[in-house]
Ligand binder design. Structure first.
Ligand SMILES: *[C@@H]1O[C@H](CO)[C@@H](O)[C@H](O)[C@H]1NC(C)=O
Ligand SMILES: *[C@@H]1O[C@H](CO)[C@@H](O)[C@H](O)[C@H]1NC(C)=O
Ligand SMILES: *[C@@H]1O[C@H](CO)[C@@H](O)[C@H](O)[C@H]1NC(C)=O
Ligand SMILES: *[C@@H]1O[C@H](CO)[C@@H](O)[C@H](O)[C@H]1NC(C)=O
Ligand SMILES: *[C@@H]1O[C@H](CO)[C@@H](O)[C@H](O)[C@H]1NC(C)=O
Ligand SMILES: *[C@@H]1O[C@H](CO)[C@@H](O)[C@H](O)[C@H]1NC(C)=O
Ligand SMILES: *[C@@H]1O[C@H](CO)[C@@H](O)[C@H](O)[C@H]1NC(C)=O
Ligand SMILES: *[C@@H]1O[C@H](CO)[C@@H](O)[C@H](O)[C@H]1NC(C)=O
Ligand SMILES: *[C@@H]1O[C@H](CO)[C@@H](O)[C@H](O)[C@H]1NC(C)=O
Length: 745
C-alpha cells in the first residue's frame, strides 16, 4: 500500500523538494491571506504578518480562546485537491482541523494534531500534510463535497501557535525516508519508513559483527499515525554493546545496555478488576471495541444540572453557566452497554436542574460588569467580576433551573429502559460553590454532602435494586480531607478528615438500616505537581508521578509534599491506593475503591500515553476496583494507544495480576506488569526513559510464540503489532519512551 502521510520536519527541508507547484492553491504564504480567501475566524487574536517566527517573510500567529478558531473560506470551492499542507509551530498546541462546506454545512472528521504523530515544537516549524484520500487518524477519505472552508479549532484551554505556508496541493509526493530503526524484544528490529524505501539496503551490525536478517514483515496500519513499519527478525539474538542499523544512506545507532534482572511468578496471582479499563464518555460503540473499554462514565461538571425529563443540562462555571440540550442518558446507557461496556451514571444531587436549552445565569444585560463573555454568545458572562470575585447578588435560580429532588430522581431512574451498573451521587459537589455558584453559592459542608449522598443513594437503590452506588466523587487531594467551609468544618467533626469521616458515617448509617448504600468510595485523582510546561523536566516528573499511586516512600513533588494540610499518617506521600485501602479497612471495610476521574496530564504528548500505560498496570496490581479516564482519550492519540496496548481489538492483558520481582526496581523510569490467564503470560513493560534503551533478563518468562504490540519510540507515536518467537528470556530489549505488550500464545 502506498504511504500517504508525510510528516517531514522542516529541518529536513533540504532533502524534501518544494511542494508548491503552479497548480497548487496557496491559502497563506506571507503577510495576508492569499487572494480569494476570507477570514472567518472567531474568538482569536490573529496576526497575519507576524515576524517573531516565520518562514519567508512572515507567518500567521494565532491565539485562540477555548473552542475558538482560525478559519478561512474560499470564494468558490476546492473539490479536487489532493491534500492540505501547512507548517506549524507551538508547544504541542491543542488544535483540531476540519474541512467544511458552507453550502450544505457538511464537515470532515476532525483531525487532532496528535493524529499526525509528530511532536510540534514552539521554536521551529513542523510541516504537516493532510492527505484527502486518507485523513490522519481515521484513514477515511475526505470524499467529494462542495468544500470551501478550513478550520483550525482550539480545544477547551485555547491554543497559541504560528502557522505558515498553508497550501492546497494538487498532488502528493512522498519522499522515501527511513524514520527510525529500533531493537525490540530478543531479536527484532522495528523500522518505520515513509514512501518507497528500498528495504534491501538494510543491514544490522552488533559489536561490529554483521547480524543476518532471518525474515521480515511489513505492515501499513490504516488506523495509526505511524508510517509503514517493518519488523526484521534477526538470525541471532540482541546483546549488550553497539547496535548499528544502516538503511539506505541513513544510520541508526544504539548502545544496548547491561541487563536488569527480574523474575515473574505466575503462581502468585490475584484477579485484576475488569473495570479498571474505563473512560468517560466514549465516542462510539466501535471506540469501545477498538480500545477494549470495560466501563463508561457519564459524569463531570456538565451532568450536575442534567434534567432527564427535558433533555437539558448546564456545565456551570465550565461554560458560562449556559443551559443547553443534552443527549439522553437512557439512550447513552443503551448503546454503551450494547457495545459491551458497563455504564456508570451520575445522578444529580443538588436542588436544581436546567429548565430549558437556552437560558443562562449571568446575562450581560443584567450583569454588565463581568470578566469574560462567551465568544459564541456575547450576552452570556462567566459569573465573575473583572477582579475575579463572584457576581452578586446571586441570580434567582428559577431563571435557569427547575427544582430537583429525590422523588424526581427516583421517577427518572425507575423509568430508565436501560439500567446503569453503577450510579455516582453527583460529581465533585464539595466544590459546587464555585463550579455551580449560581445554583449553590453556599460552601458545601461535611454534613450537607453526607445527607445528599444518603438521600439520593437511597432513592437510587429504591428505583434500581441491583445498582451499585459510588460516592462522593471528590475532586482532589485537598478536598479528600476538608470541605469548602474550611478547617472549622474539620474542627466541628473532631478533626477527622473528610473522607475517613464520610466512610465511617456511611458505615454507621448502613449498619443502622441493615443495607449497604455505599458500594464504592469514589474519588478523582489528578497529580498535584504542575507539568504543564511540558519541557523535559516536566515530562520526567509526569512519568515519575505515577509513584504517587502506590509508593509510600515517594514524597510528592508538589505542595502536598511540603504542606500537606491534613491529619493523615505519612502525609507528604500521596500513596493513593494503599492509603485508601487502609482508610476503607478502618472506616468501612468491604467498600470498593473507584477512581472515576484521573488523567495522564497530557493527552497529546507521548509521555501522557506512557503514564497511562503505567497507571493501568498499577490499577490492576494494586487492586483498584473501577477507574475511568478523564476525559475521552483520542482513540489515535497517545492515551488511546495505552488502552489499545492492554485491550485493543479483543486482545487483552491477562485477568490475573502475576508477581513481578525486579532486582533493582527503578519506578521513576520503568514499569513492568505481568498478567496471567489460563497458564499463559502477558507482560507490559514501559520504558519511561527518553533516551536509553533497557534490557531485561526475566526468569520464568517462557520462550516461544508471543503476540507483540508496542507504541512510542523514536518516530513519534509509531504503533503496531506482530507475532514473534521469543528465543530466550535473558536479553529482552525495550527502546526509550516505548511501551510494549507481549502475550504468550
Ligand atoms: C481575522 O479574524 C480574527 C478573529 O475574528 C481577527 O482577530 C483578526 O483581526 C482578523 N484578521 C484580519 C486580517 O481580518
Ligand atoms: C493569548 O490571549 C490571552 C487572552 O485571551 C492572553 O492572556 C495570553 O497572554 C495570550 N497569549 C500569548 C502567548 O500571547
Ligand atoms: C468524486 O468526483 C470525481 C470527479 O470529480 C469522481 O471521479 C469520483 O468518482 C467521485 N467520487 C465519489 C466517491 O463520488
Ligand atoms: C535496492 O537495494 C539493493 C541493495 O543495495 C540493490 O541491489 C537494488 O538494486 C535496490 N533496488 C532498487 C529498486 O533500487
Ligand atoms: C494463580 O493462583 C492460583 C492460586 O491462587 C493458582 O491456583 C493458579 O495456578 C495461579 N495461576 C497460575 C497461572 O499459576
Ligand atoms: C470586585 O469587584 C466588585 C464589583 O466592583 C466589588 O463589589 C468587590 O468588592 C471586588 N472584590 C474585591 C476582592 O476587590
Ligand atoms: C419533588 O418535586 C416534585 C415536583 O416539584 C414534588 O411534587 C415532590 O413533592 C417533591 N418531592 C420531595 C421529596 O420534595
Ligand atoms: C521547565 O519549565 C518549568 C516551568 O516553566 C521551569 O521552571 C523549568 O526551569 C523548566 N525546565 C527546563 C529544564 O527547561
Ligand atoms: C498473529 O497470530 C494470530 C494467530 O495466533 C493471528 O490471528 C494474527 O492475525 C497474527 N497477527 C499478526 C499481526 O500477524
Amino acid at each position: 500500500m502506498l504511504l500517504r502521510i508525510l510528516k517531514a520536519a522542516v529541518a529536513l527541508a533540504a532533502v524534501v523538494p518544494a511542494f508548491v507547484r503552479a497548480d497548487d492553491l496557496p491559502i497563506y504564504t506571507d503577510g495576508a491571506l492569499a487572494s480569494g480567501w476570507e477570514n472567518w475566524s472567531w474568538g482569536s487574536t490573529i496576526d497575519f504578518a507576524a515576524t517573531d517566527l516565520f518562514e519567508g517573510t512572515s507567518s500567521a500567529s494565532v491565539n485562540s480562546t477555548a473552542w475558538a478558531a482560525l478559519s478561512v473560506k474560499l470564494e468558490g470551492t476546492f473539490p479536487t485537491y489532493a491534500g492540505l499542507k501547512f507548517d506549524i509551530a507551538g508547544a504541542q498546541p491543542d488544535v483540531q482541523i476540519f474541512v467544511q462546506s458552507s453550502t450544505d454545512n457538511s464537515q470532515s472528521p476532525t483531525i487532532p494534531l496528535s493524529a499526525f504523530g509528530k511532536t510540534i515544537t514552539a521554536n521551529s516549524f513542523t510541516s504537516l500534510l493532510i492527505d484527502f484520500s486518507a485523513l490522519p487518524g481515521t484513514g477515511s477519505p475526505l470524499g467529494n463535497g462542495t468544500w470551501d472552508r478550513i478550520t483550525f479549532q482550539a480545544g477547551a484551554n485555547g491554543a497559541v501557535y504560528h502557522v505558515d505556508n498553508i497550501v492546497l496541493v494538487q498532488s502528493i509526493v512522498v519522499v522515501p525516508q527511513f524514520l527510525s530503526a529500533e531493537p525490540l524484544t530478543s531479536n527484532i528490529i522495528a523500522l518505520t519508513t515513509v514512501g518507497a524505501v528500498n528495504l534491501s539496503t538494510v543491514s544490522v551490525t552488533l559489536n561490529n559483527q554483521v547480524v543476518k536478517i532471518a525474515s521480515q514483515n511489513t505492515y501499513n496500519p490504516v488506523d495509526t499515525p505511524s508510517k509503514t513499519i517493518t519488523y526484521f527478525t534477526l538470525a541471532s539474538p540482541l546483546a549488550a554493546g553497539s547496535l548499528v542499523i544502516k538503511a539506505g544512506s541513513t544510520s541508526f545507532s544504539h548502545t544496548l545496555p547491561a541487563v536488569q534482572y527480574g523474575s515473574i511468578v505466575q503462581s502468585v496471582n490475584y484477579s485484576i478488576s475488569p473495570d479498571v479499563y474505563g473512560v468517560n464518555f466514549p465516542t462510539s460503540a466501535s471506540y469501545i471495541n477498538h480500545l477494549g473499554v470495560t466501563i463508561s462514565r457519564w459524569g463531570g461538571n456538565a451532568v450536575t444540572a442534567y434534567n432527564p425529563f427535558g433533555g437539558f443540562t448546564n456545565a456551570g462555571n465550565d461554560w458560562y453557566f449556559e443551559n443547553r440540550g443534552s443527549d439522553s442518558a437512557d439512550v447513552w446507557i443503551g448503546w454503551v452497554k450494547g457495545a459491551g461496556s458497563k455504564a456508570l451514571l451520575t445522578v444529580p444531587a443538588l436542588d436544581w436542574v436546567s429548565k430549558d436549552a437556552t437560558s443562562y445565569s449571568y446575562p450581560k444585560s443584567i450583569y454588565p460588569d463581568q470578566g469574560k463573555f462567551d465568544p459564541f454568545n456575547s450576552d452570556a458572562g462567566n459569573g465573575l467580576f473583572p477582579n475575579g470575585s463572584y457576581i452578586t447578588p446571586v441570580p434567582d435560580p428559577t431563571t435557569v433551573y427547575t427544582p430537583w429532588n429525590t422523588s424526581l430522581a427516583k421517577t427518572w431512574l425507575s423509568g430508565l429502559k436501560n439500567k446503569p451498573d453503577i450510579v455516582a451521587i453527583d460529581n465533585e459537589i464539595e466544590i459546587t460553590s464555585s463550579t455551580h455558584q449560581d445554583m449553590h453559592p453556599q460552601p458545601m459542608s461535611y454534613d450537607e454532602e453526607l445527607s445528599r449522598v444518603i438521600n439520593f443513594a437511597t432513592a437510587a437503590k429504591a428505583a434500581l435494586p441491583n445498582v451499585l452506588v459510588a460516592a462522593p466523587s471528590t475532586c482532589s487531594w485537598w478536598f479528600y480531607w476538608t470541605s469548602s467551609v474550611g478547617y472549622s468544618d474539620n474542627a466541628a467533626h473532631n478533626n477527622i478528615d473528610f473522607l475517613p469521616w464520610f466512610l465511617a458515617q456511611m458505615q454507621q448509617h448502613d449498619k443502622a438500616t441493615g443495607k449497604r448504600l455505599l458500594d464504592y468510595l469514589d474519588i478523582h485523582y489528578y497529580f498535584q505537581a504542575d507539568t504543564s510546561s511540558n519541557n523535559a523536566s516536566a515530562k520526567a516528573l509526569r512519568l515519575r508521578a505515577t509513584r504517587s499511586l502506590w509508593d509510600s516512600s515517594y514524597v510528592d513533588e508538589s505542595w502536598v509534599g511540603s504542606n500537606p494540610q491534613n491529619h493523615q499518617w505519612n502525609p507528604t506521600a500521596v500513596d493513593l491506593i494503599p492509603r485508601f485501602r487502609t482508610l476503607i479497612d478502618i472506616n468501612y471495610p468491604g467498600t470498593k475503591l473507584s477512581i472515576s476521574e484521573w488523567s495522564s496530564t497530557n493527552d497529546n504528548d507521548l509521555t501522557g500515553g506512557l503514564v497511562t500505560v503505567d497507571m493501568l498496570g498499577i490499577f490492576g496490581r494494586y487492586k483498584v476496583d473501577s477507574a475511568t479516564y478523564w476525559a475521552t482519550p483520542d482513540e489515535m492519540g497517545p492515551v488511546g494507544l495505552a488502552y489499545w496496548l492492554y485491550r485493543g481489538y479483543g486482545v487483552y492483558f491477562g485477568s490475573y495480576s502475576a508477581q513481578v520481582n525486579m532486582a533493582n526496581p527503578s519506578p521513576d523510569v520503568l514499569g513492568v506488569y505481568a498478567g496471567t490467564e489460563g497458564g499463559k503470560l502477558t507482560l507490559v513493560i514501559v520504558n519511561k526513559d527518553p533516551a536509553t534503551p533497557m534490557a531485561f533478563d526475566l526468569a520464568n518468562v517462557p520462550t516461544g510464540n508471543y503476540f507483540m504490540r508496542h507504541f512510542g519510540g523514536a518516530a513519534g507515536v509509531a504503533k503496531w503489532q506482530t507475532n514473534i518467537t521469543l528465543e530466550s528470556n535473558n536479553y529482552i530489549v525495550v527502546p526509550p519512551y516505548t511501551a510494549i505488550f507481549l502475550k504468550q500464545q
